[in-house]
Design a protein around this ligand. Structure first.
Ligand SMILES: [Zn+2]
Length: 191
């Protein structure tokens, strides 16, 4: 990790890494990609430190962590959603203004037609061989924004419905029924 840090001259990224590495548990290529995506989104959407930000991440692997620790967009506060397509892509938007049903966001993905110009990173991405995180992250630092593609997207603002809380007729515990079901999902799985 020290070798990676020595290659970074941006104090902002260094302070982000100070938070990210202990949170994630180790320096990881995927988490660093998430961090670069976060910084691209921040620039494109003009996001300030105190903005409430919503993130949809298309993989569970590594990429979600910088959004949780740097922006506080977590699973529990609904700032982070996972659509587990196993793709290295995220969609980011700022909180909608009252009454807005749709808000402009940006979808960013790690583009294989661009990573091909960075053979070590491309080998990691396509899993051609085992690439040490240190080597892949060094390539990412060199590449910067050059390996990402993004486009503006419309994000629907979810409508808040009143929670329909019921007592499960099978286990007797309370649960939120989303479809009028009288049996909780845990019990349904066991049926
Ligand atoms: Zn139950």
């Amino acid at each position: 990790m020290d070798k990676i840090i020595a290659k970074i001259d941006d104090p902002e990224i260094l302070s982000q890494l100070d938070k990210l590495v202990p949170f994630h548990g180790h320096p990881s290529t995927g988490a660093f990609i998430g961090l670069q995506m976060l910084n691209i989104a921040r620039r494109l959407l003009n996001i300030n430190d105190d903005d409430r930000v919503f993130v949809t991440c298309e993989t569970l692997n590594c990429v979600p962590d910088p959004f949780q620790i740097i922006w506080g967009s977590t699973i529990g506060n609904k700032g982070l959603k996972i659509r587990d397509y196993d793709k290295i892509a995220v969609t980011v938007n700022k909180v909608a203004k009252t009454g807005e049903t749709q808000v402009k966001g940006v979808r960013i993905f790690l583009d294989p037609t661009k990573t091909v110009n960075y053979p070590v990173l491309h080998d990691w991405y396509m899993n051609e061989r085992k690439v040490p995180h240190e080597e892949a992250i060094s390539e990412l630092i060199k590449a910067g924004d050059d390996v990402y593609t993004w486009e503006s997207v419309d994000v629907q603002v979810p409508v808040k419905a009143k929670k329909d809380v019921r007592i499960c007729t099978s286990c007797g515990e309370s649960f939120i029924s989303n479809d009028g079901s009288t049996i909780c999902k845990g019990c349904l799985e066991k049926l």
